[in-house]
Design a protein around this ligand. Structure first.
Ligand code: SR1
Ligand code: MG
Length: 389
């Protein structure tokens, strides 16, 4: 079948044709995609429901002037299937994929809430850090040279080159927010602080080195876009979705994006309501260390995984990288092209500007941390950069 973008009627026809529903069954379909890139159809019949996700040949957030490869749909379905080998309970099940149509049919998770939305509404998600720590430890360990045969790992790296989507990350996370580029979007009131940031040579050097690490360090298969909008959650369940940015990269990247988005939510809240976010950051890290250490000791494929000292060094280096990636993510979500509802949704204009100023100070301080760091750096930096008394 040749590519054509679906609408609700065509999505229903496709669902019937693929045999998910009979020709006579009454089904309803709604396009629910609220992300930056894809169409998402929620289709419900009498006794089941599915999601049909389709990539558009351009970035929805900008329009047809920004063409994007449809290959990302295949990348996403392949990444979901690899993750399902290691953490089947933490990712949606893929039922079907069509490369030409750039369509994936998958498990309906609409009984869960997007974690970003839930956090904005004050949800706490008691198991989120346990689950994300496990997701990170297992997906990163098993796709790295520590947990996988090196020849297979090189082949897998080649299957996930993902140049278009990586280019988005290179530009939107690491390059554009740190210079006066027209894709940036921020309030006039932030301009003095933003210009100071652009003029800070020490900070720009840290960003350059961090970007270079993303470009060149191929440690493990990353999710590639692990912000809180890529996580469905409830009090008992967590599902990580949308790995269309999946690529080989430095192990601290996913954790850095996750922590940055927790910090952005913390910044959007009153001082005394931030504890839960700090707890999630610290617990994710401790769960990650516990599971990664266990895998290193019991399932290490690399000859030198007998060395505990090397493990200690690796974990420290992942944490250092996490802090740097988090710093870039906090800044880009504040002044770059793709913002977050945690900050943009603050109704009072004065409070919103104050929160964004705080985010810029926090992101900069993370990038300028004194290394090696301890996990408490996230909480400490956020507190030290607040202007509240
Ligand atoms: C043009 S895409 C903008 C952002 O949305 C995605 O979720 C990624 O975070 C990307 O940077
Ligand atoms: Mg996404």
């Amino acid at each position: 079948m040749t590519y054509q973008p679906l609408n609700e009627v065509k999505a229903v026809l496709l669902a019937r044709k693929l045999g998910y529903f009979t020709d006579t069954e009454t089904i309803t379909c709604r396009e629910i995609g609220d992300g930056n890139l894809n169409l998402v159809f929620h289709i419900t019949g009498t006794d089941k429901s599915i999601i049909i996700k389709q990539a558009l040949p351009y970035a929805k957030v900008v329009g047809e002037s920004w063409p994007l490869s449809l290959k990302r749909a295949t990348i996403e379905s392949q990444a979901l299937q690899i993750q399902a080998k290691y953490v089947p309970h933490l990712v949606p099940q893929v039922y079907y994929h069509d490369e030409q149509l750039a369509v994936t049919v998958m498990e309906d998770l609409s009984h869960l809430t997007i974690a970003r939305t839930g956090f904005i509404e004050g949800e706490t998600y008691p198991l989120l850090s346990e689950h994300i720590g496990e997701f990170l430890a297992k997906t990163l360990f098993y796709t790295s040279d520590f947990g996988m045969d090196t020849q297979r790992k090189r082949v897998l790296d080649g299957n996930f080159i993902n140049p278009d989507l990586c280019k988005i990350t290179e530009d939107l996370v690491f390059t554009d927010p740190f210079a006066d580029i027209n894709t940036n979007a921020f309030e006039v009131a932030l301009r003095p602080q933003v210009e100071e940031l652009w003029g800070n040579e020490e900070l720009r050097l840290q960003v350059a080195q961090t970007k270079y690490k993303f470009l060149t360090c191929k440690e493990a298969l990353l999710h590639g876009d692990l912000h809180t909008g890529s996580i469905f959650a409830s009090k008992t369940e967590t599902k990580v979705i949308d790995p269309e940015f999946a690529t080989y990269g430095p192990m601290g990247f996913d954790m850095g994006q996750f922590f940055a988005n927790l910090l952005l939510n913390a910044i959007s809240r009153p001082y005394h309501e931030r504890t839960i976010l700090f707890e999630h950051i610290e617990k994710t890290w401790f769960v990650f260390v516990r599971i990664f250490t266990d895998l290193w000791k019991k399932e290490g494929k690399e000859a030198y995984t007998t060395s505990e000292k090397w493990l200690e060094n690796i974990l420290q280096s992942i944490l250092n990288d996490t802090v740097l990636f988090a710093g870039c993510e906090v800044i880009r979500r504040t002044i770059g092209l793709a913002h977050v509802a945690d900050l943009d949704g603050i109704e009072d204009e004065v409070s919103k500007i104050r929160a964004k100023q705080h985010a810029l100070r926090c992101g900069s301080a993370l990038l300028l941390s004194k290394f090696p760091v301890h996990i408490s750096v996230f909480k400490n930096v956020l507190i030290q950069t607040t202007d509240e008394v």
